[in-house]
Design a protein around this ligand. Structure first.
Ligand SMILES: *Cc1c(COP(=O)(O)O)cnc(C)c1O
Length: 393
């Protein structure tokens, strides 16, 4: 048998495992081995693998109406938009399929507003190490080292500032600047949680200089950080916000939200074949209704505390630098650049494997299902200890 993937265009090194089934916090491969999954498709599967709620929403919508055309209203599209407006500080919603697509929409909307209200201002200030997606423009918006040259020439107009350094934002502002785009918790960069004082100063600065504050909540939104949206932790209101990952609970769905006064696309300015399709909107509605309740979110904060305490204890026992994060988006720092080895050791544990993610060479990231149980988290921490012992001792 050839190795799996020989017919795929190579984009990343995948292990020789083929997953065939998922249930809640567990994945099962073709050989029947079980893995406790603390990655969940990169913070995507809010309710774990194949939750009944999502399966039902998809199945019943699929047999009713899959695609009337993005040029018509459909009921799930309207209901999801209404629900997101009710839950947030925003007034309007545009639905799309991926985080990068929603972020592109945010940049377009900011530039549209800049043309109308700010004499053509168009520059976007984003942050070093930030991550906003993989389209050409979002690679420009991202602050990943090297991303400005792989596919050069790149779209222009994305200046960089440093997280938690308000002076660096002030210095990046020019008369052409129209918006600041930020992840309140930088996910791919290694779960860097923005300082509350910095975020409040940033909000004030944006208001004073007539810049839109765009919150990229693709990773942090829909309960991940213990609130429906991470901006609630900071007691500020962004002007635009994007959601994706956890919004569809595994279904490809994203959203751009804005306040009414930035609702300035003209017909034809923005769209997409799959934007607002009822199948994905029905999935999103089911996820949002389950996750964004006070009781469910309190559970996320509790499990987040449990994970934080467990990781702290491991850090003390293994003399590691420590843990950080918000809610169920957390990271454990290692003293040596061997996070990839820990990921591999954890996956190879037997009889039960553990799935982890290493966004940086010195860092492990944890993004369990938001409904992970206390017992599953304890088991995960136990498996993590075993993997760390193998690699670090
Ligand atoms: C994953 C991610 C994106 C990109 O989302 P895609 O669905 O992969 O396009 C954008 N911003 C943040 C903060 C992300 O974590």
């Amino acid at each position: 048998m050839s190795r799996p993937g020989s017919d795929l265009i190579t984009i990343t090194a995948r292990p020789d495992i083929v997953f065939v089934e998922g249930q809640g916090s567990w994945l099962i491969d073709e050989s029947g081995k079980r893995y406790l999954d603390l990655v969940q498709g990169w913070a995507v599967n809010s309710l774990g693998h194949s939750p009944a709620l999502l399966a039902q929403a998809l199945a019943s919508q699929a047999s009713r109406l899959v695609n009337p055309s993005p040029a018509f209203h459909n009921r799930p599209m309207l209901d999801l938009a209404r629900r997101l407006v009710e839950l947030s500080c925003f007034d309007r919603v545009f639905l799309a399929s991926s985080g990068a697509e929603a972020n592109e929409g945010a940049v377009k909307l900011a530039r549209r507003w800049g043309r109308r209200e700010r004499g053509g201002a168009h520059g976007i200030i984003s942050f070093e190490q930030g991550f906003h997606g993989r389209t050409l423009a979002m690679m420009s918006a991202s602050g990943k080292p090297g991303w400005d040259s792989i596919y050069a020439p790149m779209p222009q107009g994305f200046a960089k500032a440093r997280l938690d350094d308000i002076g660096s934002v002030e210095r990046a502002i020019t008369p052409d600047s129209v918006a600041v785009m930020i992840e309140f918790v930088q996910g791919e960069a290694g779960v860097n949680v923005a300082d509350p004082g910095f975020v409040r100063e940033l909000r004030a600065l944006c208001t004073e200089r007539q810049l839109l504050l765009i919150a990229d909540e693709v990773q942090t939104g829909i309960g991940r950080c213990g609130h429906a949206f991470a901006y609630e932790r900071y007691d500020v209101e962004p002007d635009l916000m994007t959601l994706a990952k956890g919004l569809g609970g595994g279904a490809p769905l994203s959203a751009l939200l804005c306040k009414e006064r930035f609702n300035c696309f003209e017909p034809g300015d923005q769209g997409g074949t799959f934007c607002g399709n009822p199948l994905m909107a029905a999935a999103g509605l089911a996820v949002v209704n389950e996750v964004c309740t006070p009781a469910f979110l309190a559970g996320v904060r509790q499990r987040g505390e449990q994970l934080a305490r467990g990781l702290e204890a491991i850090a003390r026992a293994h003399h590691l630098p420590g843990e950080r994060g918000a809610g169920l988006l957390r990271a454990l720092a290692l003293p040596v650049p061997r996070a990839d080895e820990v990921v591999e050791a954890a996956r190879s544990l037997a009889p039960v494997g553990l799935l982890l993610n290493a966004p940086r060479p010195h860092l492990l990231r944890f993004m369990p299902a938001l409904n992970v149980s206390a017992a599953e988290l304890d088991e995960g921490l136990d498996l993590l200890r075993q993997a760390l012992r193998q690699v670090l001792c």
